[in-house]
Design a protein around this ligand. Sequence first.
Ligand SMILES: [Zn+2]
Length: 144
Amino acid sequence: MNTLVFCNHCQKINRVPNEKALLAQAICGNCKSELPFHHGVQEASDAGLKKLISNCENLVVVDFWAEWCGPCKVFTPTFTATAKELLGKATFVKANTEICVNSAQTYQIKSIPTLLLFKNNVEIGRQSGALSSSDLKQFLLSKL
Ligand SMILES: [Zn+2]
């Protein structure tokens, strides 16, 4: 099983084997840059987010966040731990609202953190606020 990871450098989608994803730094097969993919979570750009949402066959979980947001920081370890646990079942993406400005606008993100779930290019779930680990898992498992 692979996770699709978008290379922000050359704009190509990589297939990173899940068994390797947590062990080593993933490198882009096309341009050899380091992929923005750590602990099962990737950092997206607007272009990457669009491509991932339309190309991933499994559930795409997007965490809209910002550096200055306290609750976002509180939620980050929960998100990462859950991503590790569900790696392969879902694609976990962090979208910094100051980088993914267009996406935040398109999806009308009014508060952060906000989680958006996509399947087959369609939004199928949305939840705002820093969820607890058990609430997050329950939310995701209901949509897998
Ligand atoms: Zn690349």
